[in-house]
Design a binder for this molecule. Structure first.
Ligand SMILES: [Zn+2]
Length: 90
């Protein structure tokens, strides 16, 4: 299943985030947000394809909503994903 986030991947991302939104740093309710469109994922979603962002996604003003529904948010997501993959190479 494309885009599926396994519990292992979710936990790795959560650990990386330190329990804070990876964009604004707020500690609180976090959701795993895809940094790339699900249909673009070739195989399995890795922890570098998602970010823990404040939610809920349906609320305007949260980072998850911003990433999913705005052009600027999608740009941020692509750049952040690139950073994560670069870090993973080290
Ligand atoms: Zn946030």
């Amino acid at each position: 299943m494309r885009g599926r986030i396994t519990p292992e991947v979710y936990n790795k991302a959560l650990e990386r985030s330190g329990g804070r939104c990876e964009r604004c740093g707020i500690a609180g309710y976090l959701e795993a947000a895809h940094l790339i469109r699900r249909w673009k994922i070739e195989e399995w979603t890795t922890e570098n394809d998602i970010a823990m962002l404040c939610g809920p996604v349906v609320n305007t003003g949260t980072c998850h909503n911003w990433v999913d529904y705005t052009a600027a948010g999608r740009e941020w997501a692509a750049a952040y994903r690139y950073q994560l993959y670069e870090k993973a190479k080290e």
